[in-house]
Design a protein around this ligand. Sequence first.
Ligand code: BGC
Length: 730
Amino acid sequence: MKKTINFLFFLLLSSPLFAQLPIYADVTKPIDARVEDALSQMTLEEKVAVCHAQSKFSTSGVPRLGIPEIWMSDGPHGVREEIEWNSWDPAGWSNDRSTAFPALTCLAASFNPAMAELYGVAVGEEARFRKKDILLGPGVNIYRTPLNGRNFEYLGEDPFLSATMVVPYIKGVQSNGVAACVKHFALNNQEDHRDNINVEVSDRALFEIYLPAFKAAVTKGGAWSIMGSYNQLRGQHCCHNDFLLNQVLKKDWGFDGVVVSDWGGAHIPMQAAMNGLDIEMGSYTNGKVSGSKFTYDDYNLAQPFLDALKKGQVPMSVLDDKVRRILRLNMRTNMSANRPFGRYGCDSHSAAARKIGSEGIVLLKNVGNLLPIVPGSAKKIAVIGENATRNLMQGGGSSELKVKYVVSPLEGLTNVYGKEAVTYSQGYSSGSPNYDRETNTKLNADSLIAAAVESAKTADVVIYVGGLNKNHFQDCEGADRKSFDMPFGQDKLINALLAVNKKLVVVLMSGNAVAMPWVDQVPALVQGWYLGSETGNALADVLSGAVNPSGKLPFSFPKKLADNAAASFGMISYPGDGVNQKYLEDILVGYRWFDTKKIVPQFAFGHGLSYTTFVYGKPASDQKTYDKDASIKVTLTLKNSGLRDGAEVVQLYASQVKPSVMRPVKELKAFQKVFLKAGETKNVDLTVAAKDLAFYDEVSKGWKLEAGKYVLSTAASSADVKGSITIEIN
Ligand code: BGC
C-alpha cells in the first residue's frame, strides 16, 4: 500500500504541472528541508498565527501556503465527540460516535506492552479517520493519591510500568500519521487546585518517580507532542516552565516535537514566549477564563507575542524554533505522504477493546473458587448495582466519549448466562451522568436496598457491579474524590447482600482504590476498571471463565486513606494549602512506601489472581558480577500447575544491599506476561540494564550507580516475592 502511494506521488510530482512545486510541499524531500523552506516563506504574522488556537481544538495553519490547520481531539480512551467551534457545547454531528477503549488504568493492568500497541494503533486509526492530527493522550501522571479524580486516565503508580506501557501506545497512534500528545507534563497528580497549585518536590523524586514515563515517551516512543500541565513547579506554571520545558524536555531529552498548553494553562505572555511553550490552546477566546471577542487574539502567544517580537523583547529565533516544531508536526501528520487513512468504529476495534479489557481485569480475591461462574452452573444469577447498566463513558471530563455502542455488564452477563437465569436490581442510585456538579439522587436508597436484598435472597450467586462513576467528585476531571469510601451507600448495600447471600461476587468499576470494609466477608472480588464499549463482553469473558484473568494491579490499594503516603503527611502534602504543596513522601510513592514503612496494603501493586496456579522456579543470573554498562539477564522457569490455560505476569524487583542514600526496599525493573497452557512450563528471561539500578543523586545532580551488591527478586506482586538472587556491580 505504502509503495503504491509513494509511486502515485512520484508520478504526480514528475508531471510538468508540478515542476514548480515548492520544496515544503514536495513529499519526496526530507522533513527538515521542507520545514526550512516553509519557514522561509512565512511572514511574521503567519508564524505567530500557528502558535495559538483558532478554535477550541484547532490552530489556523497557513492558508496562503496551503499548510493545513492542525486539528486535535481528546483522548486518551477514544476520539471525543465534535464540539462547537467556540463553545464547549456538542456540535451535534451524527458521524462522531466512536469506539470507547478501556481506561488507561486497565491497559496498565494488562502488564502487556502488546496490548498497548494494539490500543495505540486502534485509537490512532479512529483519530485518523476523524481527521485529527493530534490525539490528546496518553496520560502518564503518577498515581500519588487514590483521591485524584483523573487517575483512571493514567498508567498507575510505578515509573517503570508506565514508561514501558506508554511507548507502544505512542508508536501505535503515530503509525497512523497522528501525533500522540503525552499529558500532563508534569506533576498534575491531583485535580483539586490543579490550575495553580505550586508543587515542591525534590529533584530525586522528580527524576526517579514523576518523569521517567514522560522521558520514555519522548526518547523511546518518539512522541510528536506533549501537553504542559496546569499546576506550577517551583513557582512557574508547567505550561511555561523553563526548567521542565527548555531544560529537561528540549535540551536534555532532545524533544523535537511541539509543546501544547493544557487548555487555558498559559498565563504570562513573556513566559509563554520564552519558556518552551509552542502552541497555546484555551478554553475561552482570551485563552484564560472568559470569552472576549471572537478572535483568539488575546492569547499569550497571539497579539502580545507579536508585539513583543516587534519590539525586540523576544528574539525571532525563539519564534522560529516554535514554528519549526509546528511545521515538523505538520510534515509528520497532515503533510505526510505516508499517512494511512484510518478506520472507525469497526469490528477490529471492538475486538481490540474487548481483548485489552479482559486482559486488564484483575481478580483480587477468589475464595472457594466462586469464580468462574461457568454458564449453566447457576439457575439464578442476581446482578445488582447501578454500574451494571450505567454508561460509564459519560462524565469524567475531557475523556468523555460519545460511543457508537456500549455493551453494559448486564447485557454482557445476560448474553452469556441467558435471560432466564439473570435478574437485575439497581441497588443504589447516583443520579444522571455529569462532571461539573454534585447530583442529588431522588430515589429512596432504602427501597433500592430492600429490592436488591429480595433479589439476592433466592439467587444461586450474586454479581454486584458497583464502584465509582464519572460524576463530579468521583473519577472525574476538575475535582478530586472527597472521600476514600465508596459513594452512594454501597457499603451498606453490600453488607445487606452479604447478610442474605454469601455467594457474592463484587465487581468494582473504578480507576481508583476504594475502602473495602466488607472485604473479609466477600469471597470473590474483581477490579473491573472502566472498560469502554465492550465492557459487558470483557467482564462476562472473565466471570464466565472464557478468559482466564491475568491483570495485575498497577497501583497499591491501601486499607485506609491514612496508609497512603501522600495522605499520611497531612494537608500540605495533599491537597496542599491552596497555594503550595510539598511532596513530603519524596520517592516513597505507592508500593515503595508500603514496603519501606512496613504497612500492609489491602491489595499490593502487581497483585492479581488467575483461575490456574503457577509455580516459579529458582531464578538464576547469567553472571555473578557485571560492569556498569552490562545487561543483567535473569532466567527462571514458570510452570502452569493448574488445569486451565492462563497467563502470569512475572515481575522482577531490584534492591541495593548497602546504598549510600535511602532507597526503597525494592523497585520494579522488569516484567513479562507469560502465557502457558495447562501443565506447560516455560523458561522466562528478564533483562535489566545495570544502569537502571542507579538512583538520582541530589549532590551531583545526576544518576549514580554504586558498585556493590544488589538483590534481584522474582515476584508475583510487590508483596509476593518468589525467589531472589544477589549480583554485584563492579
Ligand atoms: C484537560 C486536558 C484536555 C483538554 C482539552 C483540559 O481541561 O486537562 O487533558 O486534553 O482539556 O479538552
